[in-house]
Write a protein that binds this ligand. Structure first.
Ligand code: NDP
Length: 288
């Protein structure tokens, strides 16, 4: 079976060209979209994610600020820093890099971010609005996957979408967004019995588990669209997904690679949410 690669690198680039225009337009009206990224501790992977986000901001001509704290930071001090960013007119988006150290309650910290600046889409208000199909910032990774499907012309209406993984930041919102586009959605997770029987029914298979190459071709129906969210290291320390690309490409109709698939879209959607937030501010200024 012949397959097509869905390139997040290419689709993300096209979206960023459009974003660049929107940023220029905002700048002409005196607003530079600004993103603040908070990093607690020195997890090497988190440091890399933060610096990639800053670099993308800079490439697009956006304002970027990074706040770095020691691992033993008090939760209350972190919340205070967020409250101060909530009031800062230069900042339109606030992102707290996860995971946080164990002594800090993630839900408390995420809830401290003003929903108007919640460009990661993790605030309970953002999640509630997403569930209701209301206008809000959507979580970047599932939103990025939706853009990949849309740009590739993949129809979702009436299709059976199986999402493997049910985390708050990827799996759960992923299923919701697919449901809103009229797919019939099944969630699978670590307690699912006979996973293969379920994934074999998928017209659209989205995998967000965090286990290198766990989905092999025998889990995939011929002609399925396969989206690999996973980011893992293989036995040679090379970046790889949750899908065994080499075997699955032989049965899939469309497939995302790792790297170059979902990853570049996550960062692009973060930039888009920040630009959107700045545009919201401009609209409010004009109407007041
Ligand atoms: P979590 O660890 O939060 O969630 C993993 C999910 O996978 C859980 O719901 C878990 O089930 C399920 N799971 C674990 N083992 C199995 C199994 N054997 N069979 C079926 N389901 C299983 O991870 P995230 O959602 O945060 O991330 C998932 C992957 O996506 C990771 O590799 C991460 O690095 C990557 N990622 C990539 C991003 C990108 O931009 N490309 C962005 C965010 C994440 P249960 O709930 O029962 O425990």
């Amino acid at each position: 079976m012949s397959y097509e690669i869905i390139s997040g690198k290419e689709i993300g680039k096209a979206i960023r060209i459009d974003l660049f225009e929107r940023i220029q337009h905002l700048k002409k009206q005196g607003i530079t979209p600004g993103l603040a990224v908070i990093l607690v501790g020195n997890n090497p992977a988190s440091k890399t994610y933060v610096s990639n986000k800053q670099k993308t901001c800079e490439d697009l001509g956006m304002h970027s600020r990074s706040l770095t704290f020691e691992t033993d930071l008090d939760e209350s001090d972190l919340v205070k820093a967020i409250h101060s960013l909530n009031q800062d007119p230069e900042i339109h988006g606030i992102l707290v890099q996860l995971p946080l150290p164990e002594h800090i309650t993630e839900s408390k910290v995420l809830a401290a971010i003003s929903p108007e600046k919640d460009v990661d889409g993790f605030h309970p208000i953002s999640i509630g609005k997403m569930m209701l199909g209301q206008d809000t910032f959507l979580p970047c990774t599932p939103h990025g996957v939706m853009k990949l499907l849309e740009h590739s012309g993949i129809q979702l209406l009436g299709k059976h979408a199986v999402v493997v993984g049910r985390s708050h930041i990827v799996g759960k919102p992923m299923g919701q967004l697919l449901l809103q586009k009229d797919a019939t959605v099944t969630y699978a997770h670590s307690k699912t019995v006979n996973l293969k029987d379920i994934t074999l029914q998928a017209d659209i298979l989205v995998v967000a588990v965090g286990r290198a190459k766990m989905i092999t071709s025998d889990y995939v129906k011929a002609g399925a669209v396969v989206i690999d969210v996973g980011m893992n290291r293989d036995e040679n320390n090379r970046l790889c997904g949750d899908v065994d690309f080499d075997s699955v490409k032989e049965v899939a109709s469309y497939i995302t690679p790792v790297p170059g698939g979902v990853g570049p879209m996550t960062i692009t959607m973060l930039m888009e949410n920040t630009v959107q937030s700045a545009e919201n501010e401009l609209r409010q200024d004009k109407s007041s």
